[in-house]
Design a protein around this ligand. Structure first.
Ligand code: AOF
Ligand code: ZN
Length: 356
């Protein structure tokens, strides 16, 4: 069997895995296919459907009417080998007498991490690793960040003019990007556990930071105010309006806040994000001004940027990032895996921040 066929099947696994979006988090998105190499035929498919329930491999095996003996299993994530909320998939795969297992990427979960593959090999099953590895890693970028760093995945969104401005000198920013771009921002918000902004944005824009798409849950709001600049007045400050949305305030003041606001202290970004992860925040979309944007990028905490660019030039005003002390080009923050998308006359640039 050529890798081309495995790649095609892996693509299908990724598509199956995506059916779990919004239902399995913080678990990974996983799809599995059982394939008959002799007949060159897909016999069964499965995916991880719901948090805490059967893994993709188990569902694919369950959906197969015949026996798995001598068949090939394709799965985008290494099969697990541990007892979690469900039994180890590696045991079931061995018991089912598969001949071959095709794996997209190694499971970064320290409880698995190569153990699943090693067990399969020990049982005499042929394992082929790394098929469409980059695509598989992209699919589970949040899960990988969570497992490796025990911190939330951080995506910074900004909406700028062609010259990188987010507002005029008098803080006017309504609207730099067009309606199509702003609708896309709504979709991005709905895909993250939380939205985080700083005190400057709250005081100048008084944003709602909500999702206005029907049947979509509002993400947790995280307000970063380490210098205690905001007065918590839900009548005046929109993000503090309590309509069932979780609110986390980061400040160091002793002032009592309403019970529905969770308050945490700020020391540094690293301990803040470790803490937020422990509080069940697995991914954060940053929608802030240049102060917080710059501090987060400088601290190497941002994983991904989505920059919407409008065909406008201000030539003055607020930059989306400021005060980097860079002298030589090779000292710059480097971006990779660039993709672009048009929204009418706006362009969205999506990029991953290089960390090595
Ligand atoms: C999933 N779905 O399809 C696969 C996973 O607590 P458990 O038993 O659900 O185990 C979760 C871990 O199992 C997860 O962190 C990952 O390491 C591994 N594989 N998880 O939720 C799946 N294949
Ligand atoms: Zn499993």
């Amino acid at each position: 069997m050529t890798n081309k066929i495995y790649e095609k099947l892996m693509k299908k696994c990724i598509a199956l895995a995506k059916k779990g979006v919004g239902k399995v988090e913080p678990n990974p998105y996983v799809g599995a296919i059982i394939y008959d190499e002799k007949k060159q035929k897909i016999l069964s498919c499965g995916y991880h459907e719901k948090y805490g329930e059967a893994h993709a491999e188990v569902n694919a095996i369950k959906n197969l009417k015949k026996i798995c003996k001598n068949k090939t299993l394709i799965v985008n994530l290494e099969p697990c080998s541990h007892w979690g909320k469900t039994p180890p998939c590696s045991d079931l795969i061995i018991k089912s007498e598969f001949k071959k297992v095709i794996v997209g990427m190694i499971d970064p979960n320290p409880l698995v991490k190569k153990n699943g593959i090693n067990q399969l090999k020990k049982a005499g099953i042929e394992v082929i690793e790394g098929i469409l590895e980059n695509e598989c890693k992209k699919l589970n970028k949040i899960f990988i960040k969570n497992m490796v760093h025990k911190k939330p995945y951080i995506m910074l969104k900004t909406a700028t003019t062609l010259d990188g401005k987010i507002a005029t000198p008098i803080y006017n920013s309504k609207w730099i990007t067009n309606e199509l771009s702003r609708n896309q921002v709504q979709k991005l918000r709905s895909k993250h556990c939380a939205i985080m902004t700083g005190s400057g944005t709250i005081l100048h824009d008084n944003p709602n930071l909500n999702v206005r798409i029907k049947n979509k849950k509002n993400p947790t709001r995280i307000i970063f105010d380490p210098n205690n600049k905001i007065h918590i007045d839900p009548d005046k400050i929109n993000v503090f309006k309590n309509n069932g949305v979780r609110i986390i305030l980061i400040n160091n003041s002793k002032i009592k806040t309403p019970d529905y606001i969770e308050k945490i202290e700020y020391n540094d970004f690293n301990s803040l994000f470790l803490k937020l992860y422990q509080m069940g925040i697995y991914s954060i979309m940053i929608e802030a001004g240049s102060g917080l944007n710059s501090a987060l990028i400088k601290a190497n905490e941002v994983d991904e940027i989505n920059q919407f660019i409008a065909p406008k030039i201000f030539g003055c005003g607020l930059d989306f990032i400021k005060n980097f002390d860079i002298k030589n080009v090779d000292e710059c923050v480097k971006l990779k895996d660039i993709s672009t998308k048009r929204f009418g006359d706006n362009v969205l640039i999506n990029a991953i921040i290089e960390k090595d």
